[in-house]
Write a protein that binds this ligand. Structure first.
Ligand code: NAP
Ligand code: 8YV
Length: 313
């Protein structure tokens, strides 16, 4: 008989069909409360993704839960303190998506500052015969501030070096082995930057780290890029700054209330929006899938987990 695993959130079809060869994957949203009560003790593994929320209550309702396997590197949706208390390990999918997310960060930087979507709309709206597209802002040689110089931040910095950008960063702890300038104060970093790139995780303490004061410091010529988590940016303050013209622009892959995006961000030439797609290439999503399966298999085979989160090591 196959062991049951509980699936709480959207996961790609290739991952599901792989897991289904070895496990019975049970869809949480299709269970009635009596189904759930009858089966809760069968689940040792919960499958989730980077956007979903795994609460203390859900963990408490699964008496034999021992592993939460996250499809994604960000695990801010998992109550890791509760997981620790329930002796539940958490795994995630670091490294395999780093390059893609850094690529999209650079893509957003270029398309926001050079207004590529706006320029395409200009052609499609038949405006070119009457006028030239307005001049935009140069990327090469400008100053990039990175909030969260981890795996993704470092990969973005490497790409930015090819654009001759001067690079500074803000982490809570400076890195010993990088040539980039450390700026511990995020407001000061924003003031010194033409582009502020957010790659920090969406932990509770990082909520609204990028607030009105930071956006004001970035200024009317400055551009905010966010590929980290929506909760890190105060979205209302961002909209207010765009309205007031005190911020130059924004390129956003993540939002506060996904998949809802405030319409106040739409139809602005200086704002480029993507629907949380930074890791969504075929090869990366397959690599993420393989890593989730590797962690689940390791758990059931009594082997060390491949990629536990730091709190589960
Ligand atoms: P990582 O290697 O753990 O890097 C995170 C970095 O953020 C660390 O260097 C950390 O340094 C820094 N940080 C944390 N809190 C900070 C704060 N308050 N101020 C400044 N820096 C802070 O993680 P990663 O693999 O690069 O991934 C980063 C995040 O990207 C994930 O957590 C996820 O939310 C997001 N992500 C988004 C997508 C997408 O599709 N858009 C895809 C993948 C990942 P210190 O600990 O020293 O502060
Ligand atoms: C995914 C992500 O979109 O890895 C993360 O933290 O945000 C993205 O790679 C997500 O986890 C898939 O649901």
């Amino acid at each position: 008989m196959k062991m049951k695993v509980l699936k709480q959130a959207f996961l790609p079809a290739p991952l599901l069909s792989d897991l289904q060869q070895r496990y019975e994957v049970v869809e949480f949203s299709l269970l009635t409360s009596s189904d759930f009560a009858g089966m809760a003790a069968d689940f040792q593994v919960l499958l989730t993704n980077g956007e979903a929320v795994v609460t203390r209550e859900l963990m408490a309702s699964l008496p034999n839960l021992a592993l939460i396997a996250v499809f994604g590197v960000g695990y801010d949706g998992v109550d890791v303190q509760a997981a620790k208390e329930h002796q539940v390990k958490v795994t995630h999918t670091p490294d395999v998506l780093t390059e893609d997310v850094a690529d999209l960060a650079i893509g957003l930087m270029l398309s926001t500052s050079r207004q590529i979507p706006g320029a395409q709309a200009f052609i499609q709206q038949g405006k070119w015969p009457q006028a030239s597209y307005p001049w935009t802002r140069k990327v090469s040689g400008s100053a990039l501030g990175i909030v969260g110089l981890g795996r993704i931040g470092l990969a973005a910095a490497k790409r930015a070096q090819a654009f001759d950008m001067s690079i500074a960063y803000c982490n809570r702890t400076p890195l010993g082995n990088v040539a980039y300038r450390y700026q511990p104060d995020v407001v000061a970093l924003a003031r010194e930057s033409d582009f502020l790139l957010v790659c920090a995780p969406g932990t509770a303490s990082n909520r609204h780290l990028i607030n009105r004061e930071v956006l004001e410091a970035l200024g009317s010529e400055g551009i905010l890029i966010n590929v980290g988590r929506g909760s890190v940016v105060d979205e209302q303050a961002l909209i207010a700054a765009l309205d007031a013209g005190t911020l130059g622009g924004a390129g956003l892959d993540v939002f506060s209330e996904e998949p809802q995006v405030p319409s106040a961000l739409f139809h602005r030439p200086n704002v480029v929006l993507t629907p949380h797609i930074a890791s969504a290439t075929w090869s990366t999503r397959l690599a993420m899938s393989q890593l989730v399966a590797k962690n689940v298999d390791a758990f059931f085979n009594g082997q060390p987990l491949a990629t536990p989160v730091p709190e589960s090591r």
